[in-house]
Structures are given as C-alpha cells and as structure tokens.
Design a protein around this ligand. Sequence first.
Ligand SMILES: Cc1cc2nc3c(=O)[nH]c(=O)nc-3n(C[C@H](O)[C@H](O)[C@H](O)COP(=O)(O)OP(=O)(O)OC[C@H]3O[C@@H](n4cnc5c(N)ncnc54)[C@H](O)[C@@H]3O)c2cc1C
Length: 453
Amino acid sequence: MPRVIIVGGGISGLSTAYYLAKGGVPSTILESRPRLGGVIQTERVEGCTIEGGPDSFLSVKPAALELIRELGLADQVIGSNDHLRVTYIRKRGRLLPMPDGLMLMVPTKILPLLGTRLLSTRTKLRMGFELLRHPAPKPGDESVGEFIEEHYGREAVDYLAEPLLSGIYGGNPDELSVGSVLGRFVELSNRYGSLTRGVLAERAKAPRRHGPPPPLFQTLRGGLGQMVDAISAAIHEATLVRRVRAEAAERAGSGFRIRAGGDWLEADRVVLACEAHSASALLAGLDPRAAELLGAVPYTSSMTVALGFNAADVRQPPDGFGFLVPKKERQSLVACTWIGTKFPYRVPEGKIVARCFFSSGEEESAATASAERELLEIAGIRAQPVFARAFGWPRSMAQYTVGHAARVAEVQARAAAIAGLYLAGNAYEGIGVPDCIRLGRRAAEAILSSRPA
Ligand SMILES: Cc1cc2nc3c(=O)[nH]c(=O)nc-3n(C[C@H](O)[C@H](O)[C@H](O)COP(=O)(O)OP(=O)(O)OC[C@H]3O[C@@H](n4cnc5c(N)ncnc54)[C@H](O)[C@@H]3O)c2cc1C
C-alpha cells in the first residue's frame, strides 16, 4: 500500500483523500490551519447561514454534484432563486440593472440591450454591429480586456467584464487570460467571428428541455461547509489529519520526505493540493523550474463581510441578488449579495443579510466599517447591523494571467516527470469548487491506478 501525503486540507486535498479512501488507500493530510475546508467556511449566526468563502458552485460543472451525491447529500442540494435574479451595477452613483439576456458580457436579446441605461448608445450600436464580424482567429493568448474590447468596446469591459470578473476572481480583465478564463468564448469567436452569433447558435443547437432551466448556481441547504463535514466524516478512518505546515520536500529513494512541524515524514506519493505559492516553496528542491513557474502565479487576497439587519429597520428592502461596483466607481466594496434573496433557507423571516466582497486584504474592522459606509452610500441602508462577521482570505484566489495555459502545461509536464508527485488546487484548470474537486479526484485516480497489481 503506498504511503500518501496530501499537502492542504481545502476542498482539493479533501477530494483527493475522499477518492483515495474510496479506492482503499489511506492517506495523511497536512493542513496548517486549525480546521479543514480551506476557504470553504460556513457559520450559523443568529439563525442565518453565512458563507465566509464560496457560497455556491456552477451547476454545469458536474464534479461537485457527483461528489455530493456520493456523500449522500443529494437531498440537501438547493438552487439559486433564479426567478429573483437581477444584478445591479453601479454607474455614476446609481444602481442600474444588468440587461436581461446577457450571458456574462455577451448580449443575446435586443430589446433589453436597447433599453438599458448601463451602456451608451455608441456601445449599444457597437454591440449590434458585432453580429457582422467575420472570423479572424488570432494565434496565442490575449487579455480578457483586449478580447471583449475588440468585440464590444471599452465600456463593455469597464461596466460588464470588469465588475463580473472582479466578483469571481478578484482580478483585472486587462491581466486575465481570455483563453483560460473565457476559453469557450474564444472558440465561438474563432468559429463564428461574432461572439453573439456564436452564443445564439450554440443555444439553438442545445437539445430542447421541458420545464424551467436548471438554476445557474447550486449549493447545499446548510452551506458548503456541509460538504466539508461529510467528507471529513467519510474519510475519518482512512485519513490521518496533521495540523502542521509542510515546509520542505525532498526525494528519498523512490519516494519523498516532507519536513513538517520539525519532523521528516516519509511518503511514496505526494499530492500538493495547496496554493501555487506554497507548492512552489515545496517544489524548490525537486524541480526549480516548476517551482519558479508556480511561484509566478499571482494570487489575490479577498475578504467577505456579512452584515445582518433586522428587516424592520431597513426602510427599502433590497431588490435582486445584489450589486457589483465597477473599478471606475469603486471605493473598496467590489460586490454585495443579498443572501436571503439569492438562496432559500439561508436567512430567516425578519432578517436581511448583505454579504460584502472586498478584493484586498484589509483589516477586519476596516472592512466592516467600509461595508457599513458603502452600503449606506450605494444601497441606502441606514439601519444599524445586528451582527457583522468578517472572513479574510490572504493570497487565496489564483489569477490566470495571459499565457497561463502554456505555463500550466509546462508545470504539469515537469510534475509528471517526477514519479509519485501530483498537483491539485485552484492554480491550474479552474478556480471554482467543481474544478478543484475534479483535480483532487484526478490525482487520487492516478495514484490508485499506479498501485502495483
Ligand atoms: C471569498 C471567496 C469566494 C469564492 N466564491 C466561490 C464560489 O462562489 N464558487 C466557486 O466555485 N468558487 C469560489 N471561490 C473559489 C474556490 O472556493 C476556491 O478556489 C477553492 O475552494 C480552493 O480550494 P483548494 O482546496 O484548492 O484551496 P484552499 O481552499 O485555499 O485550501 C488550501 C489549503 O492548503 C493549506 N496549505 C497551504 N500550504 C500548506 C502547507 N505548506 N502545509 C500545510 N497546509 C497548507 C491552506 O491552509 C489551505 O487550507 C471563492 C474563493 C474565495 C476566496
């Protein structure tokens, strides 16, 4: 039986441990934080379910739902309240609804686009004429900003792409790689020329479904922490969790030794399921070039602040899922979600909870004060919060900058050449929870299939 060490007890490492245990292989998780789950952290505050990190996952990516079903939590899956889905964007001091029919920043309906005050007439015309674009595939990668500007103009970058991507990646569209972040759009653009025509053509080809479309986002009734708890319970017997930081890794015979908490731990297989900057430090002695490439993956810090209000104190109840603040209009608040509107079961009757997202590592007290001040200024919330809870995530969100796919391919090829070493985590093929689960599972499957028969 191979001795397996997994560095990192976030959802990537937990998924690896789960699928290893399922295949009959025990493992040891090294986790430097006092709890498992990484950035997934759910708390109950005054009857409200508060997500400190991710609050849901995209339903179109199957890995999360597959794992949830295996954990026996299928009956706990809930969808977002899509019938209430309106997202507002701040422009010149006002909250304006995003026009209906947008697929991210791609318009698919004419009338709402014509009617929106979010975009100027010039941008609307530009978006309309985009339909006439001919395919002109470009070699290599470019930034999301360049790509969207070429299709729809700069205002579409500033008031659609930037706020949407800041809310997901905490990142800058002029730095993010279009190939890695919007790969499907690049394919459509190469094929159809017009992104709008491409999206419409794909939609027309999709099999007709009966009934309402599935919700865009899904989650668990008790929050994503339910998944962490269920995995922890499922791996309990097969997995040893050590609350230590892995500090260094070396080759030892055909295996490895890892220095952690003053001890050297031996392993036949090692899965680095931690952030790229941490994996970089561990790879330094094994493959300096891979370490250098991983060390160059930028990470942003973020913070969420949940503010709870008595509904009776809030004069004008908030509308829709929440709002995004484009960089051009931003002080420090990037996005706000009205939790009780976005998901059922999260906020009891009589309460309103705002989840405020910041894309820098502010002090908790400063972020809480900014959240209160900007909610008043932007959404007119004068009420005093009855609770505030802040969660800081330093250097946790990987940024897929231009050229990311090529760098990752090189890292993965180099890692594959080190027998017994595997990489998982949010630095490679997707930052969302489903992609992290998929990579964790892939590492486990590779280990299981490498067992001697
Ligand atoms: C605020 C926020 C909101 C998000 N919202 C969403 C969302 O709604 N939907 C979605 O799909 N995704 C979302 N994401 C992204 C997604 O949650 C993460 O990319 C994913 O959970 C990362 O999981 P992970 O296990 O790879 O990394 P992490 O959760 O970061 O876990 C890595 C773990 O490794 C540990 N570690 C690192 N180095 C070492 C070491 N040397 N020794 C021991 N332990 C170590 C760390 O302590 C950490 O616990 C969000 C992320 C953040 C921060």
